[in-house]
Design a protein around this ligand. Structure first.
Ligand SMILES: NC(=O)c1ccc[n+]([C@@H]2O[C@H](COP(=O)([O-])OP(=O)(O)OC[C@H]3O[C@@H](n4cnc5c(N)ncnc54)[C@H](OP(=O)(O)O)[C@@H]3O)[C@@H](O)[C@H]2O)c1
Length: 324
C-alpha cells in the first residue's frame, strides 16, 4: 500500500462490465485494468456494492442520451470498502480507512477496486457493516433529500410514502418517523409487517385500495417509487401540501413550473451526493436509528441475476453485491 500517489497504474482486477446496451445477459465478469488514481482520488478495495434500479436503466440503454462514455462500461454507483491508496492532495483519508462512496451510475462500483474523488467518499463508523453502508448512498440520500429539501417535511406533518417497501421507501419510512412525522406507508400486503417494523403508523395495500381516493390528507406525498402523479394526489394533499416524485415525467416538470404560483406544489428529486448528508445518515445508522433493509446479497459473479430481480420491481429494500 502506498500513502501518497500522483497517478497509479497497477495490475488487473475483476469487474462486471457491459460492452453494449441490452439485457442482463450483457453483464460479464472480466479482468480489466485497475482504475487510475488522480491527486484528489481515493482507491477503494470494494467489499460490497449496491444494485440501484438506475443501474439497470444504464445497462439497457434507457439513459444513453444523458450519460456519455464509451464501452466497456463498469456499472454501479454505490460501494463500501477499504482505502488502498490516496492521491497526493487527499489529506483526511488514508490507507486502511473503512469508507463508503457514491460515484455515479457509470462510476464503476461493480468491481474489486474503484477510484473515487474524495468528495464522494465518507468514512465509515466501525459499527456499520460494508453491505449496510454500500446500500445507503443513493437510496437513503434520495429519501432524505426528497422529503427534507423538496418536501420540507416537519415534525407532526402527515406524510404518505408510496413504494414504502423498496430501496428508497424503506429508508424514507425510517427517516420520516425520525423527523417526527405521522407516516402512512403504501405497499402490498406482503410487505405490511416490514414497513410497520420500520415505523409506519398506517399501511395501505395499493393492490386493494386506491390511496388517492381516501379522505385523509397529507402535508407531503413522497412517491418513492414514482408510480402516482401530482394530478392524482391533489385531492389528498392539504391546501399547502407537496407531492415529490423520484421519477419526473415531462408532465410532472410542467406541473413543477405551474405550481411555483400555487400553494400546492409538485416537486421531483434528483439525488446529489454530499459528504455532509452521508455523514449524517451514517450517524443515524451508528446510533441505531436507521438500518438498511437488505433483501438479497449476491456474489459479483451473479450480477445478472441481481439485475433480473431488481427489474421485477419486487425488491424489499436493497440488493447488494458482495466481493470475494
Ligand atoms: N431521482 C433520483 O435521484 C432517484 C434516486 C433513487 C431512485 N430513483 C428511482 O426511484 C424508483 C424507486 O427506487 P427503489 O430503489 O425504491 O426501487 P425498488 O427497490 O426496485 O422498488 C421496489 C419496491 O417497489 C414496490 N412497488 C412496486 N410497484 C408499486 C406500486 N405500484 N405501488 C407501490 N409500491 C410498488 C414493490 O413493492 P411490492 O412488491 O409490494 O409491490 C417493491 O418493494 C426507481 O425507479 C429508481 O430508479 C430515483
Amino acid at each position: 500500500m502506498e500513502r501518497y500517489l500522483t497517478r497509479l497504474h497497477v495490475n488487473g482486477m475483476k469487474a462486471a462490465i457491459i460492452n453494449q446496451y441490452g439485457s442482463s445477459q450483457e453483464l460479464q465478469i472480466q479482468d480489466v485494468p485497475k482504475p487510475e488514481v488522480d491527486t484528489h482520488d481515493v482507491l477503494i478495495r470494494v467489499q460490497a456494492a449496491a444494485i440501484n434500479p438506475v443501474d439497470t436503466k444504464v445497462r439497457d440503454g434507457s439513459m444513453k442520451l444523458l450519460l456519455f462514455g464509451s464501452f466497456p462500461k463498469i456499472l454501479g454507483a454505490d460501494c463500501a470498502g477499504v482505502v488502498e491508496a490516496v492521491g497526493l492532495m487527499v489529506t483526511d483519508l488514508q490507507p486502511g480507512d473503512r469508507v463508503v462512496a457514491s460515484v455515479g451510475p457509470t462510476g464503476g462500483a461493480y468491481a474489486e477496486y474503484v477510484s473515487a474523488n474524495e468528495k464522494f467518499v465518507a468514512k465509515l463508523p466501525d459499527s456499520i457493516e460494508f453491505a449496510q453502508a454500500a446500500a445507503m448512498p443513493v437510496a437513503a440520500g434520495t429519501a432524505l433529500q426528497g422529503m427534507r429539501d423538496k418536501g420540507h417535511l416537519r415534525p407532526n406533518d402527515r406524510v404518505l410514502i408510496n413504494g414504502a417497501s423498496g430501496g428508497v421507501g424503506t429508508y424514507a419510512v425510517q427517516l420520516a418517523k425520525g423527523m417526527g412525522a405521522y407516516v402512512t406507508a403504501v405497499c402490498s400486503a406482503d410487505n405490511a409487517a416490514l414497513v410497520r417494523q420500520l415505523g409506519a403508523d398506517v399501511v395501505i395495500d395499493y393492490k386493494t385500495t386506491d390511496f388517492t381516493k381516501l379522505p385523509e390528507q397529507y402535508e407531503l406525498v413522497f412517491d418513492a417509487v414514482g408510480k402516482s402523479s401530482f394530478d392524482a394526489c391533489r385531492a389528498i394533499l392539504t391546501d399547502e401540501g407537496t407531492y415529490v416524485t423520484t421519477i419526473p415525467s415531462p408532465k410532472q416538470l410542467v406541473e413543477q413550473v405551474v405550481t411555483i404560483f400555487t400553494k400546492q406544489k409538485a416537486e421531483s428529486i434528483l439525488f446529489s451526493f454530499t459528504r455532509e448528508d452521508m455523514n449524517w445518515l451514517l450517524k443515524q445508522a451508528a446510533e441505531g436509528k436507521l438500518r438498511s433493509v437488505i433483501d438479497k446479497t449476491y456474489p459479483l459473479s451473479q450480477v445478472a441475476q441481481a439485475h433480473d430481480y431488481s427489474e421485477t420491481g419486487r425488491a424489499k429494500g436493497k440488493l447488494v453485491l458482495l466481493m470475494d
